[in-house]
Write a protein that binds this ligand. Structure first.
Ligand code: ATP
Length: 367
């Protein structure tokens, strides 16, 4: 039996108190929203020197780009993998800027037919950077066309249908493909192998995010002290996009409730209004943890049951709340279901129940 779907659990949970409503717009979502896109353009670092953190990636990329420039060649294709909001788009723009090349931006889902890709590729200028976001979501035929384009700078355009169809080879100017993906493991090996340089982007350390916050505050003309920046950085879930978004909300608060300057107290008070706690958990994250600990004694409990208890879709809990909770060591996915860790009990200020025979919560992790 799949422990996530036990009907008795679902029934029990359905009767349980609903802790929250549907997932609202989340301040701590690492994806971009409309407002972000406009501000992000202004806040993006323009060259590798301005790009904060990711030391190894920066060092390696710097070598790749310098060497290409020295040879007067187009840079090798680059694959960037990592969670949303860590700076993949920013890096692709930096690659273009460092190479003195124009950039074309598109995404996997936008390329459903090989013809869409052929149209883009055939209109590239020599040396141009093609940024393909969510490259793992491209259609199969487009992907196959991309193999040849990356390797030989050539595509075969199929004209006609059925037995009369002919392939017309089309020469392409040399270009640099920068592919971005949140799931490098989903890329077929033939595609992965065609990238000359692959970089995995890690979540940022609090000290790095503090620098991101200081830099953005400076660009937005906001006064902020070290403690205020640290407060925002600590709640930003390792993600520059979230740090920038929280900074903007704290700025609003500081303007309305104080004199516009941000310190630890103002940052803390502002983020309390937006229900982002000291560790970066928001209302949904805490609702999941609270249900897990308070309603189900810390688990193990099936995912569907947990989702019903918080009044959310199973996918929302699994894809939106859980990855961060797991990363933070607050929730564990065990074969018997979800379990709250000792750190989760501590974070919510609750005491774990003693199990029969004196077994504590930790014993569940061996399941
Ligand atoms: N290393 C960094 N230093 C300073 N700011 C950064 C850094 N990385 C990202 N940012 C800022 O974070 C925001 C989001 O970055 P970006 O759009 O590049 O992320 P992404 O990984 O492409 O996200 P997605 O996968 O959702 O497209 C931008 O405003 C950018 O300026």
């Amino acid at each position: 039996m799949n422990w996530d779907d036990r009907p008795e659990d679902a029934a029990a949970a359905a009767a349980a108190e609903r802790l929250v409503g549907p997932a609202a717009e989340r301040l701590v979502d690492s994806g971009a929203d409309g407002e972000d896109q406009a501000v992000e353009a202004a806040l993006r670092p323009k060259d590798l020197g301005e790009f904060i953190g990711q030391e190894k990636v920066r060092e390696q990329l710097d070598l790749v780009l310098r060497a290409a420039r020295a040879r007067g060649a187009t840079a090798d294709h680059v694959l960037l993998s990592g969670a949303p909001g860590l700076g993949k788009t920013t890096l692709s723009m930096i690659i273009a800027a460092e190479m003195g090349a124009p950039i074309r931006i598109t995404s996997g889902p936008a390329i459903q037919h090989a013809g869409d890709l052929a149209a883009i590729l055939s209109s590239l200028q020599e040396g141009e950077v093609l940024f393909l976001d969510e490259i793992h979501r491209m259609s199969r035929p487009a992907e196959e066309m991309l193999y040849m384009a990356m390797e030989d700078f050539r595509v075969d355009v199929i004209v006609g249908k059925g037995p009369g169809a002919t392939a017309i080879p089309l020469e392409l100017p040399p270009f640099t493909l920068v592919g971005a993906t949140t799931r490098a493991g989903l890329l077929p090996p033939p595609l992965r192998d065609r990238f000359g340089f692959t970089a995995h982007m890690e979540f940022y350390e609090p000290a790095e995010l503090e620098r991101v916050v200081h830099r953005s505050a400076h660009l937005l003309d906001v006064e902020i002290d070290t403690a205020g920046a640290a407060e925002i950085a600590g709640r930003s879930r390792g993600t520059p996009r979230i740090a920038n978004r929280l900074l903007r909300r704290v700025r609003d608060y500081a303007q309305v409730k104080a004199d516009g300057r941000i310190d630890r107290e103002i940052a803390g008070a502002a983020l309390a209004v937006y229900e982002v706690d000291g560790r970066g958990l928001d209302r949904l994250d805490r609702a999941v943890l609270e249900a897990l600990l308070k309603l189900f004694g810390g688990g193990p409990v099936g995912l569907s049951t947990l989702a019903v208890a918080v009044g959310e879709e199973r996918e929302t809990v699994e894809e939106v709340a859980e990855p961060f909770l797991v990363r933070e060591g607050l929730l564990a996915r065990t074969p018997r279901g979800r379990v709250g860790t000792p750190a989760a009990w501590a974070h919510l200020g609750l005491t774990p129940p003693q199990r029969a025979g004196g077994a504590g919560q930790q014993d569940l992790f061996g399941a």
